[in-house]
Design a protein around this ligand. Structure first.
Ligand code: HEM
Length: 482
């Protein structure tokens, strides 16, 4: 997620896509015929700043609303001129442009943003960055025995579960975040720092700020939170290194998990790489998974017939409450995967994706020169009937594979419309991790409880750095009778 991390080398293999790549001579003609960038509708820096200042027309909008307001006011493509030393951006809401911009990302795609993270890694900490007791048990303990409802603070429990899950992969360590008995103070500080980071990052990324010229209180708070995450991650990495050393000295004692653990493999390459990866996993893998968890649970709670359909699928494979859940079971749950995809469509996490352009490209008829930064706003099309029939309904069926003879009318047909995890070599490395985490937890919850939510889900999420829950998540978890 973070452009400063030069260690992200991924081999995702060659992927084939639906549209044809343009011949260079066609590209040259298209470029000649296109309008210059200077003619693209624009929002000047001062006008944007004015609109964002208290009392301005954009001042009360969250990130998602802001993008839609700019689309409404300026059009589906817009040249957003930078302010306070920020770069200019071309912002597009057109999936045909998404495809062109992604295909034009070059061999080492550059995603703009996170400049404070770059600052932290290169200026503040160059030495390091150069170069479950389970959720089920937790729910049973915190829910009201009479109403079966969990308290409004349930989102904190989800955060803990997300940190715990990522910790197993990033640190090869159980943090016991969900334990209610004796909570580890270091792990508690970790979660606090992660939450503070997100709170501040949302402000620095999307609101006017002068941190590059003057270290604002929000910027200082963000740097302190990153210090906290760095220190704590280092403690756990050092512990892991010691454990690995001990295992290596004692033949035959090598732990089967450590043998293949992500952490051990990374430490073998370089301890600092393991640090950077672990931190990135915490920064990119907690809020995201929390929001998706909240989204799917709200969708299932508000659509009991879909929840029942999912439960039937789960019952086939887990007839008893305590039936063992095996890896191959998840491959036999197409409806579960469809539910996840559909909830991510209805409640997308990121407002869009961004890429620097490796070559000149024509977007919506305008010349966008090499090096320009392009924002592709997916959030504005996920609920557009032009792209998805019955766009506001939770219809996991639109993602199910049909026999060739049957036409799935609910499915969106065009490519580059559904990219919640991004695209290409810089797409989300945690996609499989988050899917696995969520599949496991949703199967267990739906197998054990009927989930209800009796409150309104209007404005259930708000666009911060990513979309985050905006209402108290007071779900009811009602035991399923055998
Ligand atoms: C619901 C869950 C998640 C969603 C929707 C999501 C979405 C995204 C998106 C949109 C990007 C940018 C992709 C692009 O620019 O093409 C990204 C990048 C990234 N994500 Fe996720 N993410 C999720 C969970 C996770 C988890 C659990 C982890 C780690 C354990 C993670 C780690 C990362 C990292 C490290 C990057 C940067 C990759 C790079 O720059 O090469 N994400 N994610």
């Amino acid at each position: 997620m973070f452009k400063t991390n030069k260690y992200f080398v991924k081999n995702k293999g060659f992927r084939k896509f639906s549209s044809e790549v343009k011949h260079p001579s066609n590209r040259a003609t298209e470029w000649q015929n296109a309008k210059p960038l200077s003619e693209m509708p624009t929002l000047k820096p001062l006008k944007l700043l004015w609109n964002l200042l208290p009392g301005g027309v954009y001042s009360k909008l969250d990130t998602f609303q802001l993008m839609l307001a700019v689309k409404r006011d300026i059009g589906s493509i817009c040249w957003l001129r930078g302010a306070f030393g920020n770069p200019d951006f071309v912002m597009t809401h057109n999936p045909q442009d998404f495809e062109k911009a992604f295909r034009n990302e070059g061999p080492t795609p550059m995603r703009p943003g996170f400049e404070y993270l770059s600052y932290y890694r290169n200026v503040v900490k160059p030495d390091i960055f150069q170069g479950v007791e389970g959720l089920l048990g937790s729910i049973q303990q915190i829910r009201n025995p009479r109403t079966q409802e969990v308290p409004a603070t349930f989102v904190e429990e989800i955060h803990r579960w997300a940190v715990e899950s990522v910790g197993v992969i990033a640190l090869d360590h159980r943090l016991d975040m969900l334990s209610r008995k004796q909570r580890d103070a270091t792990a508690e500080r970790l979660i606090e720092s992660i939450m503070t980071f997100f709170e501040c990052a949302g402000e620095l990324e999307f609101k006017p700020t002068i941190w590059k010229y003057y270290k604002t209180p929000t910027f200082k708070k963000l740097i302190k939170s990153l210090d906290g995450i760095t220190t704590i991650t280092k403690i756990f990495i050092d512990q892991a290194v010691e454990e690995i050393k001990k295992e290596c000295k004692t033949p035959g004692v090598e732990n089967a998990n450590h043998k293949t653990s992500v952490l051990k493999q990374l430490i073998k390459i370089d301890k600092n790489i393991a640090m950077v990866m672990a931190m990135d996993m915490f920064l990119a893998g907690v809020d995201t998974t929390t929001t998706l968890f909240a989204g799917i649970l709200l969708c299932l709670a508000k659509n009991p017939e879909k929840q029942e359909k999912l439960r039937n699928e789960i019952f086939q494979l887990l007839p008893q409450k305590d039936s063992e859940l095996r890896e191959n079971h998840l491959n036999c749950m197409p409806y579960l995967r469809a539910c996840l995809k559909e909830s991510l469509r209805l409640h997308p996490l990121a407002v869009g994706n961004a890429r620097a352009q490796a070559n000149n490209v024509v977007l919506s008829g305008y010349r966008v020169p090499k090096g320009s930064l392009v924002s592709m706003i997916h959030a504005s099309i996920v609920r557009d009937a032009k792209y998805y029939p019955q766009p506001d309904a939770f219809l996991p069926e639109r993602w199910l594979r049909q026999p060739r003879s049957e036409n799935n009318v609910l499915k969106s047909k065009a490519p580059f419309q559904y990219l919640p995890f991004g695209f290409g070599p810089r797409s989300c490395i945690g996609r499989r991790i988050s899917q696995l985490e969520l599949e496991l937890v949703i199967v267990r919850l739906i197998r054990n409880f009927r989930v209800e939510f009796i409150y309104s889900t209007e404005k259930a999420f708000r666009g911060a750095f990513i979309s985050v829950p905006n209402i108290p998540l007071r779900f009811k978890f009602i035991d399923i009778e055998e």
